[in-house]
Design a protein around this ligand. Sequence first.
Ligand code: BES
Ligand code: ZN
Ligand code: ZN
Length: 494
Amino acid sequence: MTVTATATAPASTICDALVVAIAPGKGKSVTLISQGFSAAQQTRIVEALEAVGASGKSGDITNIPGGSGIKATLIVAVGLGDAKKQEDDEAVRRAYGNAMRALTGRAKVAIVVPKDDANFRAIATGSRLATYEFTTFKSKKPKGAQPAASILLLVPRSVSATERRIANEVNVIADAMNLTRDLVNTPPNALPPVALAKAATDAVSALPVKVTIWDVPALKRAGCGGILGVGQGSSNPPRLVKLVYTPRGATRHLALVGKGITFDTGGISIKPAANMDEMKGDMAGAAAVIGAIQAIATLGILVKVTGWLAIAENMPSSTAQRPGDVITMFDGTTVEVLNTDAEGRLVLADALGMAVKEKPDLLIDVATLTGAQSVALGRRVSGVMSNDDDARDQVCAAAAAAGESMWPMPLPEDLRASLDSSTADIANIGDRMGGMLSAGVFLSTFIPEGQPWVHLDIAGPAFNEKGAYGYLPKGGTGAAVRTFVRIAQTIEAG
Ligand code: BES
Ligand code: ZN
Ligand code: ZN
C-alpha cells in the first residue's frame, strides 16, 4: 500500500471511491471544500449530500453515488468541521482515518485534497495509517472487507517537490509503524525472544545498520543480571540486540532503548488471568525502536542512532526468579526483586547501563512499563519523564509535531526512598501511588549525572484493546515511532 500524489482531475480519476472534503455550510447545510469539479458536478454533489442529511461536522462520513460525468461509482464525503477544526491536524488525520476504515472492500481510493493543501501531510498520514489489518494468522482471508490497496492524493496543480517528499516520508513511516504493529500483534508463541531478535535483524537487512546480538553466554560474560534474571524462568532464552545506524557525516548521537518482554505473565508474582493475552504486546517498546531505526535509516536522516532491545519472556517455572532474589545489573548495582512482575525495569537497567557508556547526546527509553501509566493518563496519552527539562520538552514538542499525545510527568525525589531495600542497593518496586513515577525513578538511578535521558511509558497508547480509534487500528498502534523519527529530524536540523 502506498499514497501517491497526482494532479489528475477528480471527475476523470478511475477509482473505486472518490473522497471529498465538506464543511458545515452557511445557510445551506454543507459546503464542498474539495475543488476541481465542474459547476454542475459541484451542485449535484452538494444537493445529493443535503438530500441524505450530511452535516459536514468533523468526523462525519456520508456516501453518495458517483455519476454526472464522475468516473468513481462511490463518492465519500468527509466532514472537516468549522475553520478551526480544519486547521487541527489531528482532527484531520482522524477524519480521514475514519473515512478509510469505513471504505473497506474498495481497492483503489482517490482523495481530492482540499483547495489549499495545508493539510496534505495530515490527510496522507491519517488515510495511510488507517488501512492496516493483521491477517497473518487467519486461515481464510476475509473477502470483500479488505482495506484499500492504494491511495491517490489528487492535488489541483502539478505535484510539487514538497508534496512528493511528504508522500514518500508518510509511506516510509507508515511502513515502519505497520512493522511495529505486526510485531506487537504477533502471538507470543510465534514471537519468542530469538524470533524478535531475528525480526529486528530482518527489518534492517537492506539498510546500512549493524546488528549485534548477545545470547545467554554473552549476556553472562557481559554481566547482564537483569535480562538473565527475568529470562531464566522461560525455556525461550533472552537476548540483547544492538542496532547501529551511522550515516557518514553525522555528528550527533541518539540512543533508543526498548523494553522487549515477548510475554509478561508476571512470573512467580503471576498476573490475574483476565486480559493476560494483551501482555503479548509487552515488547511494544522494542518494536517501536525497530520501526524507528528502519524509518530513520530509510529516510537517510543524518544522525547516528543506536537501538538497544532488551528481550526476554517473563514466565513462572522452577527456574524462574523468586520474590526476594537479589540480582546484579550490568553497572554493578544489586537489585532485590520484590515483585517479579516489575520486570521491565530490570531488563531496561542492563540496556541503559550499556547505552550510557557511549555517552549519546540524547538517550530515550520506551516501554510498556506500568499499569499505573493508564491510570494516570488514560489509554491514549503516554507519560514522559526525564532528568533534564530541556530534553523532556524536546521530546514532548516532537511528539506534538508528529501527532502523538505525550505528556510531561515528574520524577519526584521523595519516591527514591520508597525503593530502598534492606538487603540490596535498591528494590524493584516502590510506592504504588504514582507507580509510573516510581518506575521512572528506579530507571533514573542507572543514568549518570550529565547524561540527558528521557523515559517514555507507553503502556496504554501502545495497544488499542477496545477497538480502532481514528487512524489507529485495534491491537498494536505503532506508538512512539513517529515521535522518534521527528526527534531524529530535529537533531539533524540542529
Ligand atoms: N507490562 C506490565 C505493565 C503493563 C500493564 C503494560 C498493563 C500494559 C498494560 C509491567 O511489567 C507490570 O506488570 N508492571 C507492574 C508493576 C508493579 C508490580 C510495580 C504493574 O503495573 O502492575
Ligand atoms: Zn510485569
Ligand atoms: Zn511487563
